[in-house]
Write a protein that binds this ligand. Sequence first.
Ligand code: SF4
Length: 238
Amino acid sequence: MSSTTVARTAQESIELARAASAQLEGQSAEKIVEWAAGEFGERFCVTSSFADAVLAHVVSKVVPGVPVIFLDTGLHFAETLRVRDVVQRTLPVTVRSIRPRQTVAEQDAEFGPRLYAREPDECCFLRKVEPLERALQDYDAWAAGLRRDESPSRANTPVVGFERARGKFKVSPLVLWTQADVDKYISRYNVPVNALMRQGYASVGCWPCTRRTPPGGDPRSGRWAAFDKTECGLHTSG
Ligand code: SF4
């Protein structure tokens, strides 16, 4: 397994991501993870918001001990923190909880209370995007649980992408999965799931910005329901 960064130009990285995506399209999640583990070795990690632990479970079967990055915004539901703790105890992974530079109280003091209700992009930048970028300094590639069926904005997600701005590869092993596939996997392996997912939440983020999802609606419509915003800025396209 490789533990050092391979020097590639941005163009070479883009070409590698394209070739890998073409080769891995339609392959199983495990095969996609095998490719990433072979290519990036110890410079490969997983991210999870712990709506469920499916991605962490899939990757840990192929890469025991894999680091799982959790962005601990300080504004998570207790149910989410419970999943994180169960995963740390029961799966062969190393959960890394990454905190923002400021506590919620410090952010309130500098920007005023409830920044999420006024400037959610700024709040997401401070509490998610900057911490993710700090965490990713230790890695060349990260796996995310994106699925094409989740929302129109995710419909074209490649299996492997190269984020030019971050200089990181993003691998999406579950890209072809449907909600039914996720449910089947959870019951087959008894994977930890956030209790809120059984209470009408199709997508779970920070408590101030997460609402129940209307039955049959866009799974991400319960996020930032008062705003024209469906992504927190973690998933850049380039
Ligand atoms: S999801 Fe809401 S509370 Fe969480 S970081 Fe983004 S704006 Fe802030």
